[in-house]
Each structure stands twice: as C-alpha cells, then as structure tokens.
Design a protein around this ligand. Structure first.
Ligand SMILES: *Cc1c(COP(=O)(O)O)cnc(C)c1O
Length: 368
C-alpha cells in the first residue's frame, strides 16, 4: 500500500513562522486565552480580509453562535440557511432555540439559490437572519443574495469557514454581510489546530462579542455578571499559530488552485465527470477539489477504490433537510442539493501533495 494521502491536513510554513510565535508565547509564559498574539492575529486578519474588526474565538462554530446573538436571534426566531452545508452552520441556531429554514442550492454556485431565497421570504416575511455559506471555497451569488436581503432589511451572516482567501468580484468572501465567520479547524485552508474568527465593521458588536466570549465579566473588582457568558476566546498559543499561517495563506491558495487544475487536466475528459462550478466573478480558494458524476462510475466506487490505496476522499455534504435531527424543519427548493450529495466526491486536496501523489490518484480513478 502506498503512503497515506490526506483530504486536507495541517500544513505549517517552511520558514517556521508558527513556531517562532509559539516560542515567544512560551518565553513570556503567555500560555493563556488572550494575550499579544490574539490581539495581533485579530488585527492582521482583519487587514488581510479587508474588514475593520475581528474577534478571535476558539472555533468557527462559536463565531456563528455569537454572530447570531449579535444579530439578536432568540427563541422562536426564523433563520434561513443553506441546506447543503456542514451541520456547524445550523447547530448554533438550535443553541438559541431559533428555527432554521433550509434553502436549496443552485447549479451555478452550489450555494444558496437566490430564487429559493426569495421564495422563502414570501413564506416567512418575519425572518430574523440569513446565513450564507461559501462551500468548498466557491462564493455564493452575493450581489443577488445581498440585494434580496437588503430589500427585506434582514441581517446577513456569512459562513466563510471554508472560503478564507476566496474572492467574489475581487472582494474577500466573509466581508459582504454584517458578520463574517472563519474557521481554523485542522482541515481548513489554514489552521490554528482549532479556532475561529468573527469579523465585522461594527466596532461595538465586536467588542460585545469579545465580552461574551470571556464569560461576560463586567468591569468590577469582583466577579460581576449582568449577561450570560461563554468561554469561547482563542488562546495565545493558537493565535501564534494563526499569525504564522496567515503569512502562507496566499501560497496555500495558489497550491490548492494548482491541485484543482491538475485534476481538471487529467480527469476532465472522462465521460460523465463535471468539476465544481468556477464562475467568472468567482476566484475560489479551491479548499477542496470536488466533482460530480453522471456516469456508470458511482461516487462510492471512487471513494472505496481510493481508500483501498490509503487515500482519503469524502462525499459532498449531506443536505440538512435530509438529516434525521433536522427532519422537522421546513425546506424551500427542489432537488439540486440532493443531487449534488448523491453524485459528488471531494477529491484529496492536501497542499502537501506532490504531482506524483496526484498522478497516483488520477490513475486509480481512470482505471475504474
Ligand atoms: C468547518 C466549518 C464550520 C465550523 O468550524 P469549526 O471551527 O470546526 O467550529 C462551519 N461551517 C462550515 C461550512 C465549515 O466547513
């Protein structure tokens, strides 16, 4: 069996940027949540994506949760979100006892379908917030989605957990809505071993989020609380890793693009294979290279054949409206997301792969 190839694994800088920041944290004994790396990471991150303020948190999920609270989502409120996503997009809606309504994808972006969104607004005019996701680094159709949400006066939260470094018409995803959410989980394009970021141009709200994320301690000598708190802050060590990783983000995006183009060149001619849609207005980070199949080869066959050779791959996200836990929720749309799930495969997209690794993968797929 050949050497293991991962779907997407942590990739530290060749220069050791991350370790230098960690060492600094050790030598100053700043092994705690908060600290200089956290403050600097927030500033550097905000400037990288082009937004005024950022709050570093311990997960992307926590960032979605606090974004919902910042919008004022509470018990019984309706929140629209795409059905084709990771459950972490939706779970925080339930944490707040709010009600998710799932929106179908469109073929052009794989993300929230503007037509289905408009239909959802007709059915639920009193919706409180809309969460838009940029799956696999492909940006959603933001002009149309923002126009619809602005017309209805509803706040947009962008779940850009998978799309750090992706551009929509030249602008970073995660900076269109009132709030943008990023993740630094181990499999994301850059990682802090686990972490998240909430960004916004609203200074007061970001300050509030930092307050909530550190147990909502009022300024007093004793422990005084007038609001519910959370322990969601990023640690100074994680932030050090993040500062180092941010320096190689552009390199990682370039490599991910090269991986995608390699697959396209090698597999593009196979009958019944389609690549994820890259639109003219979209400059993705190519977090994962995804394909759909309408041929005699089934996604499961590809995944099994790769697994036998010690190579990781995975299906496209299973739609939330098909998940047992969310079966009670309403769903607006047709069958686009279901078909993407049934026909899709995420190919190995690890930035440490060599051309030889990718040749190995393509040979297996071509041999089916
Ligand atoms: C990874 C991911 C998240 C959650 O991020 P964590 O840092 O793992 O909590 C949220 N949404 C999407 C679409 C993701 O892929």
């Amino acid at each position: 069996m050949g050497e293991k190839i991962y779907l997407a694994s942590p990739h530290m800088s060749d220069e050791g940027f991350e370790m230098a920041y960690i060492k600094e944290a050790f030598s100053t004994n700043w092994i705690a949540p908060l600290g200089p790396n956290v403050n600097e990471f927030e500033k550097e991150f905000a400037s990288k994506v082009g937004v005024r303020y950022a709050a570093a948190l311990n997960t992307g999920t926590a960032a979605i949760h606090l974004a919902l609270r910042a919008v004022g989502v509470g018990e019984g409120d309706i929140v629209f979100c795409p059905t084709l996503t990771f459950s972490a997009t939706v779970n925080p809606i339930i944490y707040e006892k709010a009600i998710p309504v799932f929106i179908d994808s469109d073929e052009e972006t794989w993300n929230m379908c503007p037509l289905a969104l408009e239909e959802a607004f007709q059915k639920y005019p009193n919706v409180k917030a809309v969460i838009v996701v940029h799956l696999y680094g492909l940006s959603a159709d933001m002009d149309r989605i923002m126009a619809i949400c602005n017309r209805h006066g509803v706040a947009v939260i962008e779940d850009a957990a998978e799309s750090l470094g992706s551009l929509y018409k030249g602008r970073q995803t995660g900076t269109f809505g009132e709030y943008g959410v990023f993740s630094f989980n181990g499999n994301k394009i850059i990682t802090t071993s686990g972490g998240g970021m909430l960004v916004s141009n609203n200074k007061e709200k970001i300050q509030k989020v930092r307050f909530w994320s550190t147990q909502s301690r009022d300024s007093a000598r004793h422990y005084q609380h007038s609001e519910l708190g959370f322990n969601y802050r990023m640690s100074n060590i994680s932030a050090g890793i993040g500062r180092g990783q941010l320096k190689v983000l552009d390199l990682r995006v370039a490599k991910k693009k090269k991986i995608f183009e390699f697959y396209k060149r090698e597999l593009g001619e196979l009958p019944g294979i389609q690549f994820m849609p890259v639109n003219l207005w979209n400059e993705p980070n190519y977090w994962l290279s995804c394909i759909t199949l309408d041929s005699k080869i089934k996604p499961l066959e590809i995944m099994d054949a790769l697994e036998e050779e010690n190579i990781e791959s995975r299906p496209i996200w299973k739609p939330m409206h098909q998940q047992p836990y969310f079966s009670w929720c309403d769903y607006i749309g047709t069958t686009v997301s279901e078909r993407l799930f049934e026909s899709g495969v995420c190919l190995p997209s690890d930035t440490k792969m060599t051309d030889t690794d990718q040749e190995r993968i393509c040979k297996i797929i071509k041999g089916l």
